[in-house]
Design a protein around this ligand. Sequence first.
Ligand SMILES: [Zn+2]
Ligand SMILES: [Zn+2]
Length: 137
Amino acid sequence: MPDLPLTGGCLCGGVHFEVDAPLVSASYCHCTRCQRRTGTAASVQGRIAPGSLRITRGEELVRAFRPPDGFAKMFCADCGSALWSQSADGEVMSVRLGAFDTDPGIRPSFHQFVAYAAPWEPIPDDGLPRYAERPPA
Ligand SMILES: [Zn+2]
Ligand SMILES: [Zn+2]
């Protein structure tokens, strides 16, 4: 297990945060929205325990893209770094694993929305379950 709290932030350093409980799960998302949001083939995120994230610097820089369906996508207004997703009631749901300063102590356990995977990057042969869209509940 990693030492808690985990810390993380954005590329420019304006936003910094702490997570004071172990992450619950992690996964790769290959949906088109995540491709656009990140500029890459997939997004990797970790579900956090409810209420375990605290912004320690730069709260005023945290902006939201709110799609009509699904969670808000939070990012830094200065550098554009993807930070986390947030539900309509403001609860932080999943933190982008690349935003952590150190090993967050969890590994992705599945790939979702692989039906939309980028044609230019093969899904790694890592033995993890792959789901065409969302994993079964
Ligand atoms: Zn930033
Ligand atoms: Zn996605």
